[in-house]
Design a protein around this ligand. Structure first.
Ligand SMILES: Nc1ncnc2c1ncn2[C@@H]1O[C@H](COP(=O)(O)OP(=O)(O)OP(=O)(O)O)[C@@H](O)[C@H]1O
Ligand SMILES: [Mg+2]
Length: 148
């Protein structure tokens, strides 16, 4: 799939991930589906937590590993945070009601999107990798121009 790398950044520590997430939050407009790619522990959940804090969420922000999805009312509308780590393909996601969230005027972040087997069309990708004790992030915008 072709894509444009819009930007990349070094994130030397968790605070840097949170600061990057806060600036990324300013670019979000619903509807939007964002794939979060990166190995275990690469910072995907930390990034979503930073986005949600920047959007005014003040309560606890849990990793949705067991619940599949955690949803939040934010300054720019509903944000759904998925962790598909335990999802076993498209049919499993369908039977858990996952696709319903993609039919609404909301923002969706998905950790482990590989497990949905290309059944969701993403507008953006955020990729995390390890670099020393920190992380590196790359941001791609794929399909937002399709709607305009
Ligand atoms: N830029 C960074 N530099 C160093 N550590 C970081 C950075 N960003 C996040 N971390 C730390 O990495 C750890 C794992 O982060 P996180 O849970 O966000 O990863 P994840 O990609 O969601 O993992 P999983 O795939 O298991 O859900 C946390 O302890 C977090 O504080
Ligand atoms: Mg996570």
């Amino acid at each position: 799939m072709s894509s444009i790398v819009e930007s990349s950044a070094d994130l030397p520590d968790e605070a840097a991930t949170l600061a990057f997430a806060a600036s990324y939050a300013k670019t979000l407009v619903a509807p939007c589906s964002v794939a979060l790619i990166g190995e275990l522990g690469s910072g995907k959940t930390t990034f979503v937590r930073g986005v949600l804090r920047a959007l005014g969420v003040v309560g606890s922000i849990k990793s949705p590993t067991y619940a599949l999805v955690e949803s939040y009312d934010t300054a720019i509308g509903e944000v759904h945070h998925f962790d598909a780590y335990r999802i076993d393909g498209r049919d499993d996601f369908l039977s858990r009601g996952g696709f319903e969230y993609f039919a609404t005027d909301s923002i969706r972040f998905v950790e482990w999107p590989e497990n949905l087997e290309d059944s969701v069309v993403f507008d953006r990708i955020v990729r995390f990798s390890f670099e020393g004790t920190g992380r590196r992030v790359e941001v791609d915008h794929l399909g937002e121009n399709r709607r305009s």
